[in-house]
Ligand binder design. Structure first.
Ligand code: IMP
Length: 429
């Protein structure tokens, strides 16, 4: 097994690091792009030939006709969203249905998941998580709880599934009616709709674990596409303000069925600044004019929900933690162009808690909430940089910024993205 031929693209912060563009760029050097976690809470953007494509479930390699796209068993798949996404893009993503495989082990999202999540977030009020309301958490909860879970493979046995859906909805409706005082969902109507989705996705359902094992044995090159980011990882992120899946590279093994030794080159993606959507601690957040300027210059509004993203300075203390966790080989910096024209420029190199410097990224959300960033000022630049194709074409201050990121994170910067388009990229050895 030649692990070095495989690559992992993983977000090092709270998601939205523009991983989609990077996966699209690197896809032609690989045979298979594999998503391994999350669901349609993700919003991956790919831009080329003057068009922008937004993806939620289909791996970002879809626009390359020679690339097979795999939705791994670690995902929760809303079949309705999947089919809509395939229909929307198959005109450009030629032959997509014939080169998209959905794991029979992947779990599924049903209308009761989104309904339950909306009720739960509303009930939590100020204490809410600020989820994307796509039913992700309830679907993963059912997966862990097993009794009310449905995997993709079950769509291949519709008679069994029809009875199961009725049984599950009986229980879910008790919760809706008795706990929330809400009307029940109609099992017949739900089944009528989802049976049709099942028929449409059935030809794409496969044992993707076996498929990927064969591909590895044949020397095929795999590109693993992480969704969300390491700080949203259910185990290693800023719990409880996280998503419900393994969003770090640690998710590849369970989420794709591919052993850790096969992962290969791990590229950790960060924006040139830091953003977060939803609730939860964010030590370098800027609630001032500079934060607003970053949001406007970077168009920092959610791809999935349209919510304004919270913006702040690059947090290399948090990123160092994420870099260690993922054992990154290199860094990808995206949206470096967005920093141009800011009146000041800072990066966070550490945290203090109650006046004392911290050695490790806090494991306790209350401590993270109280932690203060140690900020270092760097020279800002005002030039537009999106036309640069080599590092040396960047203004001196922008090169110094990249160097400082390498020093503070402790890994080389391998790719710099300076605009949404494929061409707006600087590759380094
Ligand atoms: P959920 O994944 O919908 O359960 O949301 C849990 C948390 O993860 C919320 O703070 C969301 O805003 C955040 N989140 C989920 N998916 C993404 C993403 O793709 N990018 C950024 N944040 C996300």
């Amino acid at each position: 097994m030649k692990a070095r031929r495989n690559t992992c693209i993983v977000g090092l912060t709270w998601g939205d690091e523009a991983k989609g563009k990077i996966v699209d760029l690197l896809a032609p050097r690989h045979d298979i792009v594999v998503r391994y976690n999350g669901g349609n809470n993700a919003g991956h953007t790919v831009a080329f030939n003057g068009e922008t494509y937004k993806l939620h479930l289909v791996p970002s390699g879809l626009f390359h006709p020679g690339v097979t796209c795999v939705i791994g068993g670690g995902l929760v798949v809303d079949p309705k969203v999947l089919l809509e996404e395939i229909s929307r893009h198959e005109g450009v993503a030629k032959g997509l249905r014939d080169r998209l495989l959905v794991s029979s082990r992947a779990h599924t999202i049903w209308p009761w998941h989104a309904k339950l999540e909306a009720l739960s977030e509303k009930h939590l009020g100020k204490g809410k998580i600020g989820t994307t309301l796509r039913g992700i958490g309830p679907a993963y909860a059912d997966k862990a709880n097993r009794v009310h879970a449905i995997r993709m493979g079950e769509f291949l046995r519709p008679e069994h599934l029809r009875v199961k859906v009725e049984r599950i909805l009986e229980a879910k409706n008790l919760t809706f009616q008795k706990v929330f005082g809400e009307p029940p969902l109609d099992a017949r109507a739900v089944w009528a709709e989802y049976e049709a989705y099942g028929r449409a996705v059935a030809p794409m359902i496969a044992d993707t674990t076996a498929y990927l094992h064969r591909a590895l044995a044949e020397g095929k090159r795999l590109l693993f596409e992480g969704a969300q980011g390491t700080l949203l990882d259910i185990d290693h992120g800023t719990y409880p303000y996280v998503t419900s899946s393994s969003a770090s590279a640690a998710g590849i093994w369970p989420g794709a069925g591919v052993p850790g030794r096969a992962i290969g080159d791990v590229l950790g993606v960060v924006k040139a600044y830091t953003t977060r959507v939803g609730e939860g601690p964010f030590p370098t957040e800027l609630k001032d004019a500079v934060g607003n300027q970053i949001r406007e210059q970077g168009h920092e509004y959610g791809t999935t929900t349209g919510r304004p993203r919270r913006c702040g300075w690059l947090d290399t203390f948090a990123i160092r933690y994420a870099a260690r966790l993922n054992a990154i080989d290199g860094i990808v910096i995206t949206l470096l162009d967005v920093l141009g024209g800011l009146p000041e420029l800072k990066i966070c190199t550490g945290y203090t808690l109650d006046g004392k410097p911290l050695e490790d990224f806090p494991d306790d959300p209350a401590a993270l909430q109280r932690a203060k960033p140690v900020l270092e000022s760097l020279e800002p630049w005002s030039e537009a940089i999106s036309g640069a194709r080599q590092l040396k074409a960047l203004p001196r201050a922008a090169r110094a910024y990249v160097k400082r990121v390498e020093e503070t994170v402790g890994a080389p910067v391998r790719i710099i993205s300076i605009g949404p388009d494929r061409e707006q990229t600087i590759f380094r050895r």
